[in-house]
Design a protein around this ligand. Structure first.
Ligand SMILES: [Zn+2]
Length: 193
């Protein structure tokens, strides 16, 4: 895949970041890869040496490397693109599936009424439903929420942050999904729309 990235873990196997092939190649060349998982996903061709041979570097799809990382208090940044992906691009009120430009971030308890801007108080809503709900709670508006919003864990966040995940990377991340994450992935769109 053209835009695929490599999942970098720390030595303990916790996801740290998505990195480019070039960044992964640098880690391999500097001998900083401690272990790797998954298939050799990419091949990078380097320069041609004096013997006329081209250097070839194969890169795994998941690698663990040295390096200091701050791991405590992980809170995934609340960004609309991640939020919409968490909610599978479905409006959590009418159940319709929309493109990102027809979606919005709805605060379940409106901000004007001291609702906070965090993962558990926001859902994806189509612009129409958001407009209709206006400055009210779902109960007041008579609009039922289709799912309970949740804070993505680290593994779910790495899923949300990359649209081009390879199969073995997905397997790795999914093994640590919470019940929420698994449930959201399995939403049957036909029952909603
Ligand atoms: Zn809607």
């Amino acid at each position: 895949m053209q835009n695929a990235k490599i999942l970098r873990l720390n030595k303990a196997g916790t996801p740290i970041e998505w990195i480019s092939r070039e960044e992964a190649a640098t880690l391999v060349v500097k001998d900083q890869v401690v272990w790797a998982l998954g298939e050799d996903a990419f091949v990078i061709r380097g320069g041609i040496n004096r013997l006329g041979r081209q250097s070839i570097l194969s890169l795994p799809s998941i690698l663990a490397s040295d390096g200091r990382v701050k791991l405590n208090d992980f809170v995934p940044p609340l960004v609309n693109s991640y939020l919409f992906r968490r909610d599978q691009f479905l409006c959590m009120y009418c159940g319709g599936e929309f493109r990102a430009d027809n979606l919005s971030r709805d605060h379940i308890l409106p901000v004007s009424r001291k609702g906070t801007d965090n993962w558990t108080n926001v859902v994806t809503a189509c612009k129409r439903c958001n407009h209709r709900k206006a400055n009210r709670t779902p109960e007041e508006a008579g609009m039922e929420l289709l799912a309970v919003p949740f804070v993505p864990n680290r593994y779910e966040f790495f899923y949300l942050a990359n649209k081009n995940i390879l199969a073995d990377q997905m397997e790795f991340l999914k093994s640590q999904f919470s019940q929420n994450g698994n449930w959201f992935l399995s939403i049957d769109r036909k029952t909603l729309t």
